[in-house]
Design a protein around this ligand. Structure first.
Ligand code: DX5
Ligand code: ZN
Length: 225
């Protein structure tokens, strides 16, 4: 299998919510290859963000793939709403109470790609049996709930294990890393096997969005060599 293209996915959680259209435009001009949308319910994580209406509004402004990260309890109940809102990949957390098989089936039935996310405390082996049915594995390198946290290097061996397992299966798995990705941590994550880089603060926090994306791209490409 040819190596997968490594993609940068700005997380809109770190953007100016009053000017999302501008944030989308700047990231597209800077070479973003997808957008990551963090949905939080105040139960699964101690924070609230947004729901399907905002995903729909973003969908109307970009043709780039939307990676919807569902940090919510009972994700199966909301699959249809996020699929109809225009999410391309729906990523649920393995640690919720819904049986993973049911969520995967619901996302497939809605005609969308499906991802599973694991928190820093969850070992890779917990998700390994699901890999043949997944399009994406999202490894969290911070505790879910907030942007701008420090990268937890414990995530790196999980990326490596995911890459090895996907190669063994011959499965085209997208391996996403989410949390604390910047010009310092993107390289090691790429080297360990990440193919999809969620970047919040390092894109929208400070400085020019285009310049920030160029720096991240260089870090990803340098790390992957
Ligand atoms: C955290 C979210 C992340 C967050 C990343 O719960 O899942 O997607 O937006 O932000 P940074 O890149 O700033 O850690
Ligand atoms: Zn996220």
């Amino acid at each position: 299998m040819p190596p997968r293209r490594r993609r940068l996915a700005p997380s809109l959680l770190s953007a100016d919510f009053a000017d999302l259209a501008g944030a989308i435009r700047e990231a597209e001009a800077g070479g973003a290859e997808a957008f990551h949308l963090d949905v939080m319910d105040g139960h699964f994580v101690p924070n609230l963000s947004f729901g399907p209406a905002l995903v729909k509004a973003v969908r109307a402004r970009t043709r780039l793939p939307l990676d919807v990260h569902l940090m919510i309890d009972r994700p199966a109940r909301y699959v249809r709403a996020f699929a109809e809102a225009g999410g391309d990949t729906l990523v649920f957390h393995l640690e919720t109470s819904d049986p993973p098989g049911e969520v995967i089936a619901a996302v497939k039935a809605a005609g969308r790609a499906v991802g599973a996310a694991i928190r820093p405390e969850t070992p890779f082996d917990a998700v390994r049996p699901l890999l043949p049915r997944l399009d994406e594995l999202l490894v969290m390198s911070v505790h879910p709930g907030f942007s701008g946290q420090r990268f937890l290097p414990e995530a790196l061996p999980k990326l490596d294990a995911a890459r090895a397992a996907a190669a063994e299966l011959g499965a085209p798995l997208e391996i996403a890393i989410d949390g604390g990705i910047d010009a310092t941590t993107a390289g090691p994550a790429a080297r360990a096997g990440a193919t999809f880089f969620v970047c919040g603060n390092s894109v929208y926090g400070a400085g020019d969005v285009g310049e920030n994306l160029r720096r991240l791209r260089a870090a990803v490409d340098g790390g992957a060599e």
